[in-house]
Design a protein around this ligand. Structure first.
Ligand code: ME8
Length: 521
């Protein structure tokens, strides 16, 4: 297939039983940064998110709200779309599992699995947790003081006995292990890979893939007393969105297998065990990578509705601004680890990294140009070793950031970028261009042009993380909109000397502490 290389990235599709919170915003944000980066880097990107609308959990939530499941899911799904727009996400598609295209796709996949003799009719007797929408072995459960059995996540389980179709998962253990061995980066980070591999090595049971005790789901073709297991339904969204069951379509051939399924650590087993097994069993290719990121807590506590400490991303953005929130979430915690949200840490990053380091670098460089160079890009004279060192360091950013983002190490990418921000601030202090104004104006012009070029490259590479503020920074550097992709990275694309620059304005205001904590609980 010709044209730019394809890159297909997906978020989990979120349950519509609840309002979106910071955890959902986080996963989609990580994907948005990757999608934006890849687009600027010349890829043909498909970025998918959406909502998971079937299953017992959603059925129960709709009943509790006193509305029909479809009306309920229409309403809540819209909240996730609104969040995506509010957070500036650039998803190319938003899938809902209640859509007709998805019914067709899931039923086709089911038929394919039946045709390959991977599904058989039996009966299920065992434990089910509605909150996790998952089956559990007795050995995985613990008993609470009130005598109730609970799953490892803390969800209550109930005993279920009903006729059920089964997927022959038990036959796939060795083939999955061989697949993980052949693809060492299929599951990242490595701690999750180890966890998944030991689960598979422990032996797999056939998986119950239909239910008869409720109605809200996609019927099994030819036996509509059965509703398909919500995870089989949900996982299939990733191929529906690229055109399945038409696996000869341009879109399917272009984007499948997906480059990355981004998920939280709670659902790695579904994505790294069940999903590749379903696909291989149907004769389809498994995705290239599943990255399972960590879990956010709020000021040290688990985030939960019952504790009343759910962090609302909208309030957070209203308090601190969109780009600072985007930056904070990906900078504060090594991606893959658990992280704790605190207002103190948020303010620390906003005032330290953004206002003091990056904002100040841009502001002082540009205001010196405005004041001392007639508001136009200064002309560089001969470069000293120090000038070259800074420009080279900035010039290496693209390759370095690309390689960090290719393994989803957002925090390392930002760390690397901040080495240049700090080096540039140290360069300003050492060169003291304000003092050169009288003694050596030509040298001052060189220093300011090196700074302007460094800031331009920083703003370019930071666009995926902070699109609005970096857009403004590039406006202030008179970078034409046609010169904002990574094809314009590096010294060959520096703004020409003499180009008039608009009046500089601060981009990251300092945050005053008293305002903290008003945003949410
Ligand atoms: O599991 N910290 O949907 P879901 C970080 N429908 N991320 C968090 C988080 C937290 N505290 N809380 C939630 C489902 N997330 C299924 C998925 S996919 C085929 C079907 C994020 O609404 C994280 O990405 O429960 C987690 O995996 C996801 O939300 C779970 O969303």
């Amino acid at each position: 297939m010709s044209g730019p290389k394809a890159y297909y990235v997906t978020t989990p599709i979120y349950y519509v039983n609840d309002k979106p919170h910071i955890g959902h915003a986080y996963t989609t944000l990580a994907c948005d940064v990757l999608a934006r980066f890849k687009r600027l880097d010349g890829f043909d990107v498909k970025f998918l998110t959406g909502t998971d609308e079937h299953g017992q959990k959603v059925e129960k939530s709709a009943a509790a709200a006193g509305v029909a499941p479809k009306d309920f899911t229409d309403r809540v799904s819209q909240n996730f779309r609104d969040l995506a727009a509010f957070m500036g996400y650039t998803n190319d598609d938003f899938i809902r599992t209640t859509e007709e295209r998805h019914y067709r796709s899931v039923q086709a996949l089911w038929n394919k699995l039946v045709e390959k003799d991977e599904i058989y009719l039996g009966s299920y007797a065992g434990w089910y947790a509605v909150r996790d929408e998952a089956f559990f072995a007795e050995s995985e459960l613990t008993t609470r003081p009130d005598g109730k059995k609970i799953a490892p996540s803390g969800a209550e389980v109930e005993w279920v006995e009903e006729p059920s179709y089964f997927f022959r998962l038990s036959q796939w253990g060795d083939r999955l292990l061989a697949f993980y061995d052949a693809n060492p980066d299929f599951i990242l980070p490595p701690s999750r890979r180890n966890e998944v591999m030991s689960f598979v090595k422990g032996g797999l049971q056939d998986l119950s893939v239909s239910r008869t005790s409720f109605k809200w789901g996609i019927p099994v073709p030819g036996d509509d007393a059965h509703i398909m297991y919500v995870w089989l339904d949900a996982l299939t969204n990733y191929i529906t969105a690229v055109g399945y069951p038409d696996d000869k379509s341009d879109s399917y051939r272009r984007y499948w297998p997906a480059d990355l399924h981004m998920v939280g650590k709670d659902i790695v087993r579904f994505h790294a065990v069940y999903w590749p097994a379903f696909l291989m069993a149907a004769g389809l290719e498994p995705p290239k990578r599943v990255f399972a990121h960590g879990w956010w807590t709020n000021e040290g506590q688990k985030i939960s509705k019952s504790l009343g400490n759910v962090i609302d991303p909208v309030k957070l953005v209203e308090t601190y601004g969109l780009d600072p929130v985007r930056y904070f979430l990906l900078r504060e915690v090594p991606f893959g680890n658990d992280g704790d949200f605190s207002h103190k840490a948020m303010i620390g990053r906003l005032n330290g990294d953004l206002a003091n380091d990056l904002g100040n670098l841009a502001q002082r460089s540009l205001s010196m140009i405005a004041k001392n160079c007639g508001g136009a890009m200064p002309e560089a004279g001969p470069l000293t070793d120090e000038d070259k060192a800074l420009l080279d360091d900035a010039g290496r950013l693209l390759g370095d950031v690309r390689s960090r983002l290719d393994v989803q190490a957002f925090h390392e990418a930002l760390d690397r970028i901040w080495l240049v921000v700090r080096a540039a601030n140290a360069y300003v202090d050492r060169q003291a261009p304000w003092a050169l104004r009288k003694t050596d104006p030509a040298r001052m012009a060189t220093v300011l042009s090196v700074l302007a070029e460094t800031v331009r490259n920083l703003a370019l590479i930071l666009q995926p993380f902070m699109p609005t503020s970096m857009g403004r920074m590039l406006d202030q550097l008179a970078a034409p909109t046609s010169a904002r992709t990574f094809a314009s990275f590096g010294p060959d694309h520096a703004t020409a000397a003499g180009t008039p620059l608009p009046k500089p304005e601060g981009i990251f205001p300092r945050f005053v502490e008293e305002e903290a904590g008003k945003g949410d609980s």
